[in-house]
Design a protein around this ligand. Structure first.
Ligand code: FMN
Ligand code: SF4
Ligand code: SF4
Length: 270
């Protein structure tokens, strides 16, 4: 069996889980090709899915769903009735409707979702003053990723082609739209007039063509706040405004404490 694993990752959590899953499968002598689809350029490439028997898709949770650019990319594929599994990393707050929404998209693209999973990871906005799950993913999460890998292999090899039953969390489009609107009010990374070596890495890695290396600013409308530019800048000159006050608001709105966040565990469904 030959598998294709595709992942999006801004700050590395999803990439680390992808590597744990791929390593485990490679150790089982499964042939697996891994593709990073984070940057705009990587998603413009045409991927030939025909050599693969099944697929694994990974993404972070942004406002209770996977990022819009990943949703759009999945919609552009044709799964030709093959099986797939999904995995998500999230900052401990909430996965929201991601398992359900992503299954719907995958079904429309002619894939059969047979397993899904979620892994807590340090929150992207820890780079802007939050301190949610600073040490995750950790060994327990990687162990669960390996167990998930073994379980999806069983599901991929089964003759049965029933899709994973996922509860519909009944989140209205209005709620998602409100989140999207709020996202655009968050600060974006910028160079703040500082000098840099003009390597243009920030532009190259950007998932949404938002970053302009010449001025060192991101386009507010296009920017996903993934902070990939910030973590990849070799001169370390990109900055983002402090978002500490927002972390308290998010905890209160979700009726959760920091201690409860730390107790989040990785889970899989199959
Ligand atoms: C715009 C944005 C929205 C986010 N929304 C959520 C959310 O709804 N729930 C949550 O728990 N974490 C949320 N996070 C945190 C990320 O899901 C988490 O840090 C993830 O592991 C990042 O993965 P990466 O390191 O692969 O980019 C959000 C992060 C960003 C940038
Ligand atoms: S990645 Fe950093 S050093 Fe390179 S162009 Fe962008 S801001 Fe300048
Ligand atoms: S400009 Fe925005 S979307 Fe582009 S890499 Fe930076 S944070 Fe992500």
């Amino acid at each position: 069996m030959k598998l294709g694993l595709f992942y999006f990752s801004g700050t590395g959590n999803t990439e680390h889980i992808a590597a744990a899953i791929a390593d485990e499968l490679a150790g089982m002598n499964v042939e697996i090709d891994t593709f990073n689809i984070t940057s705009y350029k990587q998603r413009q490439q045409k991927y030939d899915l025909s050599p693969y028997n099944a697929f694994i898709f990974g993404a972070p949770i942004y406002a209770w769903r996977i990022p819009a650019v990943v949703r759009d990319w999945l919609k552009s594929l044709n799964g030709e009735g093959k099986k797939c599994a999904t995995f998500f990393t999230y900052g401990g707050v909430a996965v929201g409707g991601a398992h359900f929404n992503t299954r719907e998209i995958l079904e429309q693209s002619n894939f059969i979702l047979v397993a899904s999973s979620e892994f807590p990871g340090k929150h992207t906005f820890n780079l802007a003053g939050w301190n949610f799950l600073e040490k995750r993913p950790d060994k327990r999460d990687y162990d669960l990723a390996k167990r998930f890998a073994r379980n999806i292999m069983k599901k991929f090899q089964e003759k049965e082609t029933n899709s994973l039953q996922v509860e519909n969390p009944l989140i209205s489009n209005h709620v998602f739209q409100r989140f999207e609107h709020r996202e655009k009010t968050l600060p974006t990374p910028s160079r703040r007039g500082k000098d840099c070596s003009m390597c243009r890495t920030c532009e190259e890695v950007c998932p949404s063509q938002a970053m302009n290396a010449d001025i060192g600013e991101a386009d507010n409308k296009k920017c996903l706040r993934c902070l990939k530019c910030l973590v990849n800048c070799p001169d370390n000159v990109l900055e983002i405004d402090d978002m500490t006050p927002l972390s308290e608001f998010i905890l209160n709105a979700n009726h959760i404490t920091k201690d409860e966040l730390e107790k989040r565990i990785s889970k899989f469904y199959c």
